[in-house]
Design a protein around this ligand. Structure first.
Ligand SMILES: [Zn+2]
Length: 286
Protein backbone atom coordinates (compact mmCIF):
# COMPACT_ATOMS: atom_id res chain seq x y z
CA UNK A 1 0.00 0.00 0.00
CA UNK A 2 1.43 3.34 -1.04
CA UNK A 3 1.24 5.94 1.74
CA UNK A 4 3.29 8.61 0.02
CA UNK A 5 4.08 9.03 -3.66
CA UNK A 6 7.07 10.69 -5.24
CA UNK A 7 7.13 14.21 -6.58
CA UNK A 8 9.72 16.11 -8.53
CA UNK A 9 11.92 18.29 -6.35
CA UNK A 10 11.42 22.03 -6.75
CA UNK A 11 14.98 22.21 -8.08
CA UNK A 12 14.07 19.83 -10.93
CA UNK A 13 10.79 21.68 -11.61
CA UNK A 14 12.76 24.93 -11.95
CA UNK A 15 15.38 23.36 -14.20
CA UNK A 16 12.66 21.96 -16.47
CA UNK A 17 10.93 25.35 -16.63
CA UNK A 18 14.23 27.02 -17.54
CA UNK A 19 15.18 24.52 -20.24
CA UNK A 20 14.91 26.24 -23.61
CA UNK A 21 14.35 29.62 -21.93
CA UNK A 22 17.99 30.30 -20.99
CA UNK A 23 21.30 28.90 -22.22
CA UNK A 24 22.55 26.60 -19.48
CA UNK A 25 26.11 27.15 -18.27
CA UNK A 26 28.30 24.04 -18.01
CA UNK A 27 27.61 23.86 -14.28
CA UNK A 28 23.83 24.25 -14.77
CA UNK A 29 23.88 21.56 -17.48
CA UNK A 30 25.81 19.19 -15.20
CA UNK A 31 23.46 19.79 -12.28
CA UNK A 32 20.34 19.49 -14.45
CA UNK A 33 21.52 16.12 -15.80
CA UNK A 34 22.44 14.94 -12.31
CA UNK A 35 19.07 15.89 -10.79
CA UNK A 36 17.15 14.44 -13.76
CA UNK A 37 19.09 11.16 -13.68
CA UNK A 38 18.47 10.88 -9.94
CA UNK A 39 14.72 11.33 -10.36
CA UNK A 40 14.57 8.89 -13.30
CA UNK A 41 16.46 6.29 -11.28
CA UNK A 42 14.03 6.68 -8.39
CA UNK A 43 11.02 6.30 -10.72
CA UNK A 44 12.58 3.19 -12.26
CA UNK A 45 13.03 1.73 -8.81
CA UNK A 46 9.38 2.55 -7.99
CA UNK A 47 8.36 0.54 -11.07
CA UNK A 48 10.46 -2.42 -9.95
CA UNK A 49 8.80 -2.22 -6.53
CA UNK A 50 5.35 -2.49 -8.14
CA UNK A 51 5.52 -6.28 -7.84
CA UNK A 52 5.16 -5.99 -4.07
CA UNK A 53 2.86 -2.96 -4.07
CA UNK A 54 0.02 -4.81 -2.38
CA UNK A 55 1.91 -6.56 0.36
CA UNK A 56 4.17 -3.86 1.80
CA UNK A 57 3.66 -0.31 3.10
CA UNK A 58 5.58 2.06 0.85
CA UNK A 59 6.60 5.67 1.40
CA UNK A 60 8.61 7.51 -1.21
CA UNK A 61 10.78 10.56 -0.90
CA UNK A 62 10.68 11.41 2.81
CA UNK A 63 12.57 14.07 4.71
CA UNK A 64 12.97 13.05 8.33
CA UNK A 65 14.49 14.87 11.27
CA UNK A 66 15.65 13.68 14.64
CA UNK A 67 18.03 15.12 17.24
CA UNK A 68 18.66 18.22 15.13
CA UNK A 69 19.76 16.19 12.12
CA UNK A 70 17.82 15.55 8.92
CA UNK A 71 17.98 12.85 6.30
CA UNK A 72 16.43 12.39 2.89
CA UNK A 73 14.98 8.91 2.35
CA UNK A 74 14.42 7.87 -1.28
CA UNK A 75 12.16 4.95 -0.48
CA UNK A 76 10.95 3.26 2.67
CA UNK A 77 9.18 -0.07 3.05
CA UNK A 78 7.48 -1.54 6.10
CA UNK A 79 6.42 -5.16 6.35
CA UNK A 80 6.46 -7.88 9.01
CA UNK A 81 7.41 -5.35 11.69
CA UNK A 82 10.60 -4.33 9.91
CA UNK A 83 11.55 -1.08 8.20
CA UNK A 84 13.61 -1.05 4.98
CA UNK A 85 15.40 2.19 4.19
CA UNK A 86 16.43 2.40 0.53
CA UNK A 87 18.80 4.89 -1.02
CA UNK A 88 18.70 4.86 -4.82
CA UNK A 89 21.65 5.82 -7.02
CA UNK A 90 21.46 6.10 -10.79
CA UNK A 91 25.22 6.30 -11.20
CA UNK A 92 27.24 4.95 -14.09
CA UNK A 93 30.97 4.36 -14.44
CA UNK A 94 33.57 2.60 -12.32
CA UNK A 95 33.96 3.00 -8.57
CA UNK A 96 36.12 1.31 -6.00
CA UNK A 97 35.31 0.37 -2.43
CA UNK A 98 38.11 -0.12 0.08
CA UNK A 99 37.45 -0.85 3.76
CA UNK A 100 33.76 -0.05 3.37
CA UNK A 101 34.30 3.34 1.77
CA UNK A 102 34.06 4.63 -1.79
CA UNK A 103 37.52 5.72 -2.89
CA UNK A 104 37.89 9.33 -4.06
CA UNK A 105 34.37 10.52 -3.19
CA UNK A 106 34.06 13.30 -0.65
CA UNK A 107 30.56 12.09 0.25
CA UNK A 108 30.67 8.31 0.56
CA UNK A 109 27.17 6.91 -0.06
CA UNK A 110 27.78 4.06 2.39
CA UNK A 111 28.60 6.56 5.13
CA UNK A 112 25.52 8.62 4.20
CA UNK A 113 23.35 5.51 4.31
CA UNK A 114 24.63 4.64 7.78
CA UNK A 115 23.93 8.20 8.91
CA UNK A 116 20.35 8.05 7.60
CA UNK A 117 19.81 4.69 9.28
CA UNK A 118 21.01 6.09 12.62
CA UNK A 119 18.67 9.09 12.35
CA UNK A 120 15.71 6.86 11.43
CA UNK A 121 16.41 4.42 14.28
CA UNK A 122 16.73 7.31 16.71
CA UNK A 123 13.42 8.78 15.55
CA UNK A 124 11.57 5.47 15.79
CA UNK A 125 12.90 4.65 19.26
CA UNK A 126 12.15 8.10 20.58
CA UNK A 127 8.48 7.46 19.88
CA UNK A 128 8.46 3.90 21.18
CA UNK A 129 8.81 1.97 17.92
CA UNK A 130 11.45 -0.62 18.74
CA UNK A 131 11.72 -2.10 15.28
CA UNK A 132 14.58 -3.37 13.16
CA UNK A 133 15.80 -1.12 10.34
CA UNK A 134 17.58 -2.54 7.30
CA UNK A 135 19.32 -0.04 5.02
CA UNK A 136 20.32 -0.74 1.41
CA UNK A 137 21.95 1.21 -1.37
CA UNK A 138 20.38 0.33 -4.70
CA UNK A 139 22.48 1.00 -7.81
CA UNK A 140 19.75 1.05 -10.42
CA UNK A 141 21.91 1.73 -13.50
CA UNK A 142 23.31 -1.44 -15.10
CA UNK A 143 26.27 0.56 -16.46
CA UNK A 144 28.12 0.65 -13.16
CA UNK A 145 31.08 -1.34 -11.90
CA UNK A 146 31.76 -1.45 -8.19
CA UNK A 147 35.22 -2.90 -7.59
CA UNK A 148 35.79 -4.28 -4.14
CA UNK A 149 32.08 -4.69 -3.36
CA UNK A 150 31.61 -7.54 -0.89
CA UNK A 151 28.60 -9.03 0.86
CA UNK A 152 29.55 -6.95 3.89
CA UNK A 153 28.46 -3.72 2.20
CA UNK A 154 24.72 -3.04 2.10
CA UNK A 155 24.74 -2.28 -1.63
CA UNK A 156 22.94 -4.04 -4.48
CA UNK A 157 23.50 -3.86 -8.23
CA UNK A 158 20.76 -3.58 -10.86
CA UNK A 159 20.29 -7.35 -11.39
CA UNK A 160 20.00 -7.96 -7.63
CA UNK A 161 17.22 -5.43 -6.98
CA UNK A 162 14.18 -7.40 -8.17
CA UNK A 163 15.19 -10.56 -6.30
CA UNK A 164 15.79 -8.37 -3.25
CA UNK A 165 12.29 -6.89 -3.49
CA UNK A 166 10.84 -10.39 -3.72
CA UNK A 167 12.74 -11.36 -0.57
CA UNK A 168 11.61 -8.33 1.47
CA UNK A 169 9.35 -9.60 4.24
CA UNK A 170 9.62 -13.11 2.74
CA UNK A 171 6.16 -13.09 1.25
CA UNK A 172 4.45 -11.50 4.28
CA UNK A 173 1.60 -8.99 3.95
CA UNK A 174 1.50 -5.75 5.89
CA UNK A 175 -0.60 -5.68 9.06
CA UNK A 176 -1.99 -2.91 11.28
CA UNK A 177 1.29 -2.57 13.20
CA UNK A 178 3.20 -2.01 9.92
CA UNK A 179 0.61 0.56 8.90
CA UNK A 180 0.96 2.34 12.23
CA UNK A 181 4.73 2.59 11.72
CA UNK A 182 4.21 3.86 8.16
CA UNK A 183 1.66 6.46 9.23
CA UNK A 184 3.91 7.62 12.04
CA UNK A 185 6.77 8.16 9.57
CA UNK A 186 4.45 9.98 7.19
CA UNK A 187 3.50 12.36 10.01
CA UNK A 188 7.18 13.00 10.67
CA UNK A 189 7.84 13.99 7.06
CA UNK A 190 9.14 17.55 6.79
CA UNK A 191 7.82 19.27 3.63
CA UNK A 192 10.51 20.27 1.15
CA UNK A 193 12.13 23.63 1.68
CA UNK A 194 11.87 24.97 -1.87
CA UNK A 195 14.75 27.32 -1.34
CA UNK A 196 17.17 24.78 0.07
CA UNK A 197 18.78 24.19 -3.36
CA UNK A 198 17.86 27.22 -5.43
CA UNK A 199 18.75 27.11 -9.10
CA UNK A 200 20.95 30.12 -9.75
CA UNK A 201 19.88 32.11 -12.83
CA UNK A 202 19.33 35.68 -13.91
CA UNK A 203 15.53 36.24 -14.18
CA UNK A 204 16.20 39.03 -16.68
CA UNK A 205 17.57 36.54 -19.23
CA UNK A 206 14.61 34.12 -19.08
CA UNK A 207 12.74 34.07 -22.40
CA UNK A 208 8.98 34.12 -22.49
CA UNK A 209 6.84 31.99 -24.79
CA UNK A 210 5.08 28.65 -24.73
CA UNK A 211 7.64 25.86 -24.91
CA UNK A 212 6.98 22.41 -26.36
CA UNK A 213 6.76 19.98 -23.44
CA UNK A 214 8.97 17.47 -25.27
CA UNK A 215 11.70 19.40 -27.07
CA UNK A 216 11.47 22.73 -25.23
CA UNK A 217 11.28 24.74 -28.45
CA UNK A 218 9.00 27.77 -28.69
CA UNK A 219 5.61 26.76 -30.06
CA UNK A 220 3.80 28.73 -32.79
CA UNK A 221 0.14 29.32 -33.68
CA UNK A 222 -1.56 26.45 -35.54
CA UNK A 223 -5.27 27.18 -35.50
CA UNK A 224 -7.78 28.94 -33.33
CA UNK A 225 -7.56 26.41 -30.52
CA UNK A 226 -4.09 24.92 -30.87
CA UNK A 227 -0.38 25.67 -30.94
CA UNK A 228 2.20 23.65 -32.83
CA UNK A 229 5.83 22.73 -32.17
CA UNK A 230 7.92 23.56 -35.25
CA UNK A 231 10.41 20.80 -34.41
CA UNK A 232 8.40 17.70 -33.49
CA UNK A 233 5.05 18.78 -34.94
CA UNK A 234 3.13 18.21 -31.69
CA UNK A 235 -0.15 20.10 -31.60
CA UNK A 236 -1.55 21.03 -28.22
CA UNK A 237 -4.72 22.78 -27.10
CA UNK A 238 -4.03 26.35 -26.04
CA UNK A 239 -5.98 25.66 -22.87
CA UNK A 240 -3.48 22.95 -21.90
CA UNK A 241 -0.48 25.06 -22.95
CA UNK A 242 -1.75 27.83 -20.72
CA UNK A 243 -1.98 25.59 -17.63
CA UNK A 244 1.58 24.31 -17.82
CA UNK A 245 3.09 27.64 -18.94
CA UNK A 246 1.48 29.31 -15.95
CA UNK A 247 3.02 26.65 -13.67
CA UNK A 248 6.44 27.47 -15.19
CA UNK A 249 5.94 31.16 -14.46
CA UNK A 250 5.10 30.40 -10.85
CA UNK A 251 8.13 28.14 -10.46
CA UNK A 252 10.51 30.75 -11.86
CA UNK A 253 9.12 33.99 -10.43
CA UNK A 254 8.02 33.07 -6.92
CA UNK A 255 7.90 36.73 -5.85
CA UNK A 256 6.01 38.06 -8.84
CA UNK A 257 2.21 37.90 -8.89
CA UNK A 258 0.96 35.85 -11.84
CA UNK A 259 -1.65 38.35 -13.03
CA UNK A 260 -3.65 37.72 -16.20
CA UNK A 261 -1.75 40.53 -17.89
CA UNK A 262 1.62 39.08 -16.85
CA UNK A 263 0.48 35.68 -18.08
CA UNK A 264 -0.48 37.09 -21.47
CA UNK A 265 3.00 38.57 -21.87
CA UNK A 266 4.65 35.42 -20.52
CA UNK A 267 2.85 33.40 -23.22
CA UNK A 268 4.27 35.88 -25.74
CA UNK A 269 0.78 36.84 -26.87
CA UNK A 270 0.15 33.35 -28.29
CA UNK A 271 -2.88 32.91 -26.10
CA UNK A 272 -5.51 35.57 -26.36
CA UNK A 273 -6.40 37.74 -23.41
CA UNK A 274 -9.94 36.56 -23.96
CA UNK A 275 -8.99 32.95 -23.37
CA UNK A 276 -6.90 33.85 -20.34
CA UNK A 277 -9.74 35.92 -18.88
CA UNK A 278 -12.57 33.60 -19.73
CA UNK A 279 -11.07 30.24 -18.96
CA UNK A 280 -10.42 28.87 -15.57
CA UNK A 281 -6.71 28.23 -15.89
CA UNK A 282 -5.94 24.67 -14.93
CA UNK A 283 -4.78 24.67 -11.33
CA UNK A 284 -1.03 24.39 -11.17
CA UNK A 285 0.82 22.48 -8.50
CA UNK A 286 2.32 25.62 -6.96
ZN1 LIG B 1 8.36 19.56 -29.87
Amino acid sequence: MLLKSREKSFELVQFEALRGRIVFSEEQERLYKYVTAGFMGECLCDEMAESMAERVIQLRDLLLASGGRTCQVDSLLVVAGKVYLLEIKNWEGSFEIVDGRFVGLSACPLAQLQRSKTILEHLLRRYGFHVEVEAQLLFINPKISLYGLTRQEPALLHHQIEPYFRSVGEGSFWDQWDRKIGEFLLQQHVPENRFANPVVYDPGTVQCGVMCAGCRVRMRPYDLLRLECPTCGTKELKRDCLGRTKAEFEALFANKPCSRHALHIWCDGLISRRMIYSQKVQESRF
